[in-house]
Design a protein around this ligand. Structure first.
Ligand SMILES: [Zn+2]
Length: 308
């Protein structure tokens, strides 16, 4: 039976560690279907979507707060963007979804590091009651989990261990998910060593997801440090904020002549780059848009020429 995507939050060692786990199998498959991602691009974007969910949960619990993770690498993928909201929605895209590389000769795995390339990682946190906060670090390996853990430890000064994984077979995403362990103020060296030891025994997150639920994996990762789950499981979805109305609004940036030719051609297609939804904006809607511009506040021009 297919498991629904969800995020679980908890603490361990009496509050010395924060523990987050996410099963993102279905939403990574949806990202693959929507963007027609290659195998390796699915792994790259899937890890980034899962990472954005885990990092987005760290600071602010407000449902409207968001986190955007932008990876600009010089590899064939051409960069990727993932955005998560605290309500469990996530969306994202890559510049070259079709880009593909041969499997790594060393271990036969997908070569995400080379597909992403060298470059930097930028994280923007949009919190409920403050200005957006952006910080960047260089990519360590392009493998994404390592890059994000480095970012958390160096840039945000929170010692963190992060596992992200996407496993595909025959073009289907069989498992995708992630696990984040963070040291909270006052954590003892003993606790950190024990957590490191338990994590090193886990193997890959996808091989674990093949056998057990995300809750069981979190329990395993904490071992004798006693995981305590807080709150309800948060359902996760690939969900975009676009709409036909917004797609129509995007046409306001075109000039009157361009709008007129869109009307003459029977409407205009607008594609949302976040989710690859194709919207057909009707000639009537474009006509209304053009009319609003003539009538509206910026309409210093009328059919009779400039107003004085
Ligand atoms: Zn969209």
């Amino acid at each position: 039976m297919k498991r629904p995507d969800l995020l679980l939050r908890g603490t361990a060692a009496g509050g010395e560690l924060r523990v987050l786990g996410a099963d993102t199998t279905a939403l990574v498959q949806e990202a693959r279907d929507r963007h027609r991602l290659s195998h390796t691009a699915t792994a790259a974007l899937g890890r980034a979507l899962t990472g954005a969910i885990l990092l987005g949960q760290v600071v602010d619990k407000h449902p409207r707060s968001r986190l955007t993770l932008k990876i600009s690498g010089d590899g064939p993928l051409g960069g990727l963007v993932a955005e998560s909201s605290n309500d469990g929605s996530v969306r994202g895209y890559t510049r070259h979804p079709e880009a593909e590389l041969p499997l790594r000769p060393s271990d036969g795995k997908l070569d995400v590091g080379r597909l992403v390339g060298r470059g930097d990682l930028t994280v923007t946190r949009l919190l409920s009651e403050s200005e957006p906060y952006t910080s960047s670090t260089l990519l360590v390996s392009g493998e994404i989990a390592e890059d994000l853990a480095f970012f958390l430890t160096k840039s945000e000064q929170i010692p963190s261990a992060l596992m992200l994984g996407v496993y595909l077979e025959g073009g289907r995403v069989l498992q995708a998910g992630g696990l984040l362990l963070q040291s909270l103020p006052g954590a003892s060296q003993e606790t950190l060593r024990a957590a490191e030891h338990h994590l090193s025994q886990l193997g890959s997150i996808t091989s674990q997801l093949r056998q057990r639920s995300i809750l069981e994996i979190m329990e395993l990762a904490c071992g004798d440090l006693n995981l305590a789950i807080s709150g309800q499981a948060l359902p996760l979805h690939f969900r975009c904020r676009c709409s036909l109305e917004r797609a129509t609004g995007a046409l306001t940036y075109f000039g009157a002549d361009e709008l007129a030719s869109m009307i003459a051609e029977g409407g205009q297609e607008v594609v949302c780059h976040w989710c690859n939804t194709h919207y057909q904006v009707s000639p009537e809607s474009i006509q209304r848009l053009a009319q609003e511009r003539v009538d509206g506040g910026q309409g210093r021009w009328t059919e009779n020429g400039p107003k004085s």
